[in-house]
Design a protein around this ligand. Structure first.
Ligand code: NAD
Length: 476
């Protein structure tokens, strides 16, 4: 397994020789160790990306698209190995890791197709001939989180490379090995030296060096709102183009016309992906009073039946929380909710798993949740379902929108008028109607308000890496 970084097509270690260890969150066994890069290596990565930009941008669109399609095919051929590595460093069940490899690949196929849809435009202006075209912004940076180590990277690398940008990627400290395995595949697929560069290590010095360098023209970040704010401030000096995919606090609305079995199936699929460590997981369950008790009973029964364990075991539904701080936050949210008057229906604490760490949390259902509770205001990022009843659509929409976040929302209903209204009034960038998986590569994905801005996926994802140029001609 490769454990080096990639700068200008060469596999390199840190100048200092320092490394960061990567541990399996389910067992604390070492998975590998990666370089802790510093300022000098980061500058070399910018030199490489900047030097490679003109030739990559000038390469015909068909050639860049063919490289991306080849990259996707190579990921498919290495699906098993990539998934096993992801489960080892991130903890998610193997089946979810395999699905993530497929999801990540799809961004390359979609970007390779979407690049052909970008055409020059010619707005009608009396007495002038106007051509509007687009060109790549230049050197792009991608900073990604640990919860979807391959998919979050693919969402950024695919559009950047498709349009002709070169890139420096910095994966999360917890999950750098999946990114390194990906970069190795990119090189095998013929991505030229300097077009994709990868740095691991402590985030602050790397990010500060990248933000200070005027050759960097774009930053795409996925992670917490707190770090997003920090990067936005840092990007101000060079007026950096930004895409910020930040925290979420999705509401899931179950209306009175919902079929109970489908509602529970959709809620389970949306909630427990990656053990609840997903930015679009529902964190606030709003259920019509007429079906509240029946829904809660069925949700609690299905939740309690989920199997926790090490992700390599085929029967496992829920892996560990990523680290001690993550499980402590989940515990704190549950304790706080009960102290504030919530009723614990199932779960509520840690679950012992033989031969594993103590980072597994029981699937937990709480009812009677209110806005005073931390779990109702903050992202829990764990397997907790806080539930609250509502009486009518106005109340449901008002409660759903009562959050500073605005990434995803879900609703379970078949009423066409209501579906229309929800699409217009729910203040999130993504709305899933009877759909537990609204994030697919061909569809724009991103947030509003404190969930950030910018879109990933399809043609919308490409636009984040392009600048628009108007050439206005008057015949002399
Ligand atoms: P995080 O913000 O702590 O880390 C994300 C990335 O930022 C990592 O690569 C980390 O090394 C880097 N980072 C940390 N401190 C930094 C600094 N000072 N300067 C520069 N970079 C720094 O987030 P996390 O805990 O890894 O991920 C969980 C968060 O990500 C949750 O809030 C989740 O909702 C969010 N998320 C959002 C989306 C989305 O698409 N909107 C997707 C996945 C996760």
């Amino acid at each position: 397994m490769r454990q080096d970084n990639l700068i200008d097509g060469a596999w390199v270690r840190a100048d200092s020789g320092r490394t960061l260890e990567v541990l399996d969150p389910a067992t604390d066994l070492p998975v590998g160790s990666v370089p802790a890069m510093g300022v000098a290596e980061t500058r070399r990565a910018v030199d490489a990306a900047s030097g490679a930009f003109p030739a990559w941008a000038a390469r015909p669109v068909e050639a860049r698209a063919a490289t991306l399609v080849d990259l996707s095919a190579r990921m498919a051929a290495k699906r098993a190995g990539l998934a096993a590595l992801m489960t080892a460093e991130q903890g998610k069940p193997l089946a979810e890791a395999q699905a993530e490899v497929d999801y990540a690949r799809s961004f390359f196929d979609v970007a390779a197709a979407a690049i052909h849809t970008l055409e020059d435009e010619h707005p009608e202006v009396p007495g002038k001939s106007v051509r509007v075209h687009r060109r790549p912004v230049g050197v792009a940076v991608a900073i990604t989180p640990w919860n979807f180590p391959l998919a979050m990277l693919a969402k950024k690398v695919a559009p950047a490379l498709a349009v002709g940008c070169t890139q420096i990627v910095k994966p999360a400290e917890q999950t750098p090995l999946s990114a390194i395995a990906f970069a190795e595949i990119a090189i095998e697929a013929g991505v030229p030296a300097g077009v994709l560069n990868l740095l691991t290590g402590d985030p602050a010095p790397i990010a500060e060096t990248l933000l200070e360098d005027p050759r960097v023209r774009k930053l795409s970040f996925t992670g917490s709102t707190e770090v997003g704010r920090l990067l936005m401030r840092g990007g101000a000096t060079n007026l950096l183009r930004l895409s910020l995919e930040l925290g979420g606090h999705a509401p899931l609305l179950v209306f009175e016309d919902a079929d109970l079995d489908s509602a529970v199936r959709i809620a389970m699929a949306a909630k427990y992906r990656n053990g609840g460590q997903t930015c679009i997981c529902p964190n606030r369950f709003l259920v019509h009073a007429s079906i509240h008790d029946a829904f809660v009973a069925a949700l609690a029964e299905a939740s309690a039946a989920l199997v926790s364990g090490v992700g390599t075991r085929p029967e496992v539904d829920l892996g560990p929380m990523i680290d001690d701080a993550a499980i402590e936050k989940v515990e704190a949210h549950v304790t706080d909710a009960i102290r504030c008057g919530a009723t614990l229906v199932t779960g509520g604490g840690r679950r012992r798993v033989a031969g594993a760490t103590n980072r597994f949390h029981e699937p937990t259902v709480l009812t009677g949740c209110t806005a005073e509770m931390r779990c109702w205001r903050e992202e829990t990022f764990g397997p907790v379902c806080p539930v609250r009843a509502f009486r009518d659509d106005d109340e449901a929409i008002a409660l759903a929108n009562d959050s500073e976040y605005g990434l995803a929302s879900y609703a379970i209903t078949s009423d066409p008028g209501r579906i229309e209204r929800l699409g217009l009034e729910l203040r999130t960038g993504v709305v899933g109607i009877n759909d537990p998986g609204p994030a697919v590569a061909a569809v724009p994905f991103g947030g509003v308000r404190h969930s950030g801005f910018g879109r990933e996926g399809g043609r919308w994802g490409l636009e984040e890496y392009l600048e628009t140029v108007a050439v206005s001609r008057v015949d002399a």
